[in-house]
Ligand binder design. Structure first.
Ligand SMILES: CC(C)(COP(=O)(O)OP(=O)(O)OC[C@H]1O[C@@H](n2cnc3c(N)ncnc32)[C@H](O)[C@@H]1OP(=O)(O)O)[C@@H](O)C(=O)NCCC(=O)NCCS
Length: 180
């Protein structure tokens, strides 16, 4: 018998406006998002894909289905839609995957033509809020040393949201972010 479909957590929907005035509708990914999510993945430049996945990817239907298949406990993805009201296109995503008791690996991506407008910051803050609500103790992240934007975002919350331990190996920072 297959597992029952996880219940969509409607309480995790929110509206936010970034510091540069971009209105966002934030919500967990759900079944039915496949075409929109595929379009989002296809919109990412090779450089952004590499910074996020550390390799090139083909957003095949199978790949997209696996990404949309979350259970809201071990795998959580928050999408940032354009506009504060009706859902339009996906501008960004933040995802965490539980790795060990109470800790989760995080990943982010924002459409290339919408980067540096504050969307990544909103997604990071929101994912922290969701993770805290779910009782997580912190995040881990792997960030390339030249990914200054992502490193800046994590660093900017050091001392307020989390304590950071970092290790560097072969051009990658391994960050251990413990919630305060
Ligand atoms: C990394 C990423 C998710 C950040 O999202 P974003 O929407 O572009 O980021 P924001 O606009 O919210 O914030 C960027 C911050 O970096 C700062 N910044 C921009 N360029 C910078 C640079 N070269 N050096 C240092 N800081 C920089 C901005 O000033 C801003 O900080 P502030 O909020 O204190 O002003 C996005 O750029 C992206 O998708 N990159 C490709 C994929 C990726 O790298 N994923 C991360 C893997 S974990």
């Amino acid at each position: 018998m297959s597992d029952p479909l996880p219940e969509y957590p409607k309480d995790l929907e929110a509206r936010q406006t970034t510091k540069s005035g971009v209105e966002l509708f934030l919500r967990p990914i759900r079944s039915g998002d496949e075409p929109n999510y595929k379009d989002f993945l296809q919109s990412l430049s090779d450089h952004s894909v590499y910074l996020k996945f550390f390799r090139s990817i083909q957003p095949t239907d199978d790949f997209v289905e696996k990404q949309v298949d979350v259970d809201y406990v071990h795998r959580m993805t928050i999408l940032a839609f354009e506009g504060g009201g009706a859902e339009k296109k996906i501008l960004g995503m933040g995802r965490y995957i539980l790795s060990e008791e109470g800790r989760a690996e995080v990943y982010f991506a924002v459409r290339d033509d919408h980067q540096n407008l504050g969307i990544g910051r909103e997604l990071l803050s929101y994912l922290i809020k969701v993770a805290r609500k779910k009782g997580l103790k912190g995040f881990t992240a792997q960030v390339m040393v030249d990914n200054r934007r992502m490193l800046h975002l994590f660093r900017s919350l050091e001392g307020t949201e989390f304590k950071i331990n970092r290790r560097m190996d072969a051009g990658v920072f391994y960050l251990d972010l413990k919630f305060l």
